[in-house]
Ligand binder design. Structure first.
Ligand code: G6P
Length: 371
């Protein structure tokens, strides 16, 4: 590989630690003093986003999880309806796109066969109803970028590890910029926009602070490596982060992992809980924290082993059956980006303990260019 691993044992670990710089690069030149610089997205951006009435967000794998987070942001911050779909489903569906639909594709590589096919499928069907296509992508000149009306590059730099890390957090950062741009164009209150712009500037530092958890998580991973199944729980915009944490763990450690919205626990997964079932939960400070705590009690009452990544103000403390890792405090909108990092580190260290090929997991490819 032309890109070296430097001081790191694996590309994945290097890429995890590159995230503060990668996210700073994704923000570079795109923030004004109290708003997002929409012109920096390209000459037609203002017109295209201004005419957008709803969004169809289409992607695969980790990129799909970024899209799921973006739905919460776009609806909450801009009031624009948003649906998110796996590309291999979207392309074979008789999609109904109401007038004013923006097709937003997300892809690290820009060459994923299903995502490209979904873009082409949408353009062929009901072309008149799409206001246009926007690609959020890491590879300039890729097919997806060439075939879209507008593209926003994530500037993550080359990602070698098959399990995506910095490509994901830079996609999220770019999606937050899109959500704020839509808010500006759709008349959202300016104070919150200005506060979020300010917090975005501070995000690289916050991610750097969060990476200080590396040693603590490496120590916890030793106790984790013998489990055969894991359940990840989150609520709201943390639910897709739970999905992404489960995906990272299964991709590189081969431990079976699934994720659920914590409120759905009673509707099935609670039946799986016993002393041999670790449950990883995400507990930032938001309006759902008390509801999440009662979900955690349901797990504890059945002997489940909890590992909770929690805000220092959450009131969650280490107890019998519950390990708590304190994640640096952050605003609820940026918490999905921050809470991704400890889950990446957990998957990485568990895989290292299990001795798997972290950068090249079995049966997987970095870019899936065939159907
Ligand atoms: C493969 C990779 C994943 C990636 C997915 C989508 O499955 O192993 O890490 O998330 O493709 O790739 P894309 O390049 O479209 O983001």
């Amino acid at each position: 590989q032309a890109v070296g691993k430097g001081e790191f044992e694996h590309y994945m670990l290097k890429e995890i630690h590159e995230q503060p710089v990668a996210v700073a690069n994704a923000l570079e030149g795109r923030l004004g003093s109290d708003q997002v610089l929409i012109e920096a997205f390209g000459p037609q951006a203002r017109q295209l986003l201004g005419r957008t009435r709803q969004i169809h967000l289409v992607a695969c794998g980790t990129s799909y999880h970024a899209g799921m987070v973006a739905r919460y942001w776009i609806e909450a911050l801009a009031g624009v309806p948003c649906q998110v779909e796996i590309a291999s489903e979207y392309r074979y569906r008789d999609v109904v796109a109401p007038p004013g639909t923006l097709l937003l594709t997300l892809s690290q590589s820009g060459e994923t066969a299903d995502t490209l096919a979904a873009l082409r499928h949408a353009r062929k069907r009901q072309e008149e109803n799409y206001v246009g296509t926007l690609a959020i992508c890491n590879v300039p000149g890729s097919s997806l970028v060439r075939e879209s009306d507008l593209s926003l590059m994530t500037h993550a730099g080359p990602e070698i590890g098959v399990a995506s890390t910095k490509a994901f957090t830079t996609q999220l950062t770019s999606l937050m910029l899109v959500a704020l741009a839509l808010r500006q164009l759709h008349g959202g209150d300016r104070d919150l926009t200005a506060r979020l712009v300010h917090r975005l500037r501070y995000l690289p530092t916050l991610l750097g602070d969060t990476l200080q958890l590396d040693g603590e998580i490496a120590a916890l991973a030793k106790g984790f490596a013998d489990y055969r199944h894991t359940l990840f729980l989150g609520r709201g915009a943390q639910m897709p982060i739970a999905l992404e944490g489960a995906l990272k763990l299964k991709e590189i450690s081969y431990i079976h992992a699934e994720a659920y919205p914590a409120g759905e626990l009673k509707h099935g997964p609670l039946a799986l809980i016993d002393g041999s079932m670790p449950v990883v939960a995400l507990a930032p400070m938001d309006e759902l924290i008390d509801k999440l705590k009662s979900n955690l009690q349901e797990v504890r009452a059945r002997g489940g082993q909890l590992l909770v990544f929690a805000d220092p103000e959450s009131g969650l403390e280490q107890e019998e059956g519950m390990t708590v890792v304190k994640v640096p405090g952050c605003c609820r909108f940026l918490a999905p980006i921050v809470y991704t990092l400890p889950l990446q580190l957990l998957a990485y260290h568990v895989a290292v303990v299990r001795g798997t090929d972290v950068d090249q997991p079995r049966n997987l490819a970095k870019s899936v260019t065939v159907e």
